[in-house]
Design a protein around this ligand. Structure first.
Ligand SMILES: C[S@@+](CC[C@H](N)C(=O)[O-])C[C@H]1O[C@@H](n2cnc3c(N)ncnc32)[C@H](O)[C@@H]1O
Length: 217
């Protein structure tokens, strides 16, 4: 995603109480940040925030952390959360946003702190020499396992068949069991889908959404 630099993005993020900019200060203490012991679910590469704002609204008993590398998209996500969740002034909302390179994520969450991960339409990195950058690659799964509770799930969506099929292998190699998978989510029996911005765009272009749920053994 090519984005024009928004110089106002960082100050706007830093001014919000739902954006975490001291990312490494909360490791092992995320329940204190949310002021409850509810499960915490992550969305990796949350983009413009359509998914996390809707998912967190539908699941008020779960805490959500949306992570993205780019301030320019995270600030759009922040505005989306504020709009959908009507958060003005509210301190107890069940969602936080965090600028972070996911490669560093195991420095941010402690063992057993996270119960689910959502990965929606991550970059497919099609060249073989770049495969290790895929957010579902075994290298990343090894990192996620450092903070996922046993029995946790990863829910993964993509429009890219090669990434989807390779990811099934990554999950199996990484000690996950595939609970459900489909090449056509929108025509499957799975009914609790929340559509993301990329998903809407690809669907309009006639592309199918592939989806799997993998469970850590
Ligand atoms: C293709 S977009 C998908 C956005 C959203 N999930 C959706 O489905 O509409 C991928 C997002 O992942 C973010 N991203 C890619 N690599 C990342 C990394 N290593 N750490 C954090 N975010 C990353 C990008 O900035 C981008 O917003």
């Amino acid at each position: 995603m090519r984005l024009r630099k928004k110089h106002w993005a960082r100050p706007e993020l830093e001014a919000s109480h739902i954006v975490i900019t001291d990312q490494y200060a909360h490791k092992g203490k995320w329940s204190e940040e949310f002021k409850n012991n509810n499960e915490i679910h992550l969305e990796l590469g949350c983009g413009r925030g359509g998914f996390i704002s809707e998912k967190s609204k539908q699941n008020l008993g779960v805490n959500f952390v949306g992570i993205d590398l780019k301030d320019e998209v995270l600030v759009v996500a922040l505005r989306k959360v504020i709009e959908v969740r009507k958060v003005e002034g509210a301190q107890d909302i069940n969602v936080r946003l965090m600028p972070l390179n996911i490669a560093l994520i195991d420095d941010v969450f402690a063992q057993d702190e996270i119960s689910r991960i959502y990965i929606n339409f991550c970059n497919p990195w099609p060249k073989e020499r770049h495969n290790k950058r895929r957010l579902t690659h075994t290298k990343f799964l090894t990192n996620y396992k450092k903070f996922l509770k046993p029995g946790s799930e990863v829910w993964f969506k993509t429009d890219d068949t090669e990434l989807f099929e390779d990811s099934i292998e990554y999950f199996k190699e990484g000690g996950f069991e595939i609970l459900f998978s489909t090449y056509d989510l929108h025509n499957s029996e799975f009914k609790e889908n929340v559509v993301t911005e990329y998903e809407a765009k690809f669907t309009d272009l006639g592309m199918k959404t592939m989806f799997l749920q993998a469970k850590l053994k």
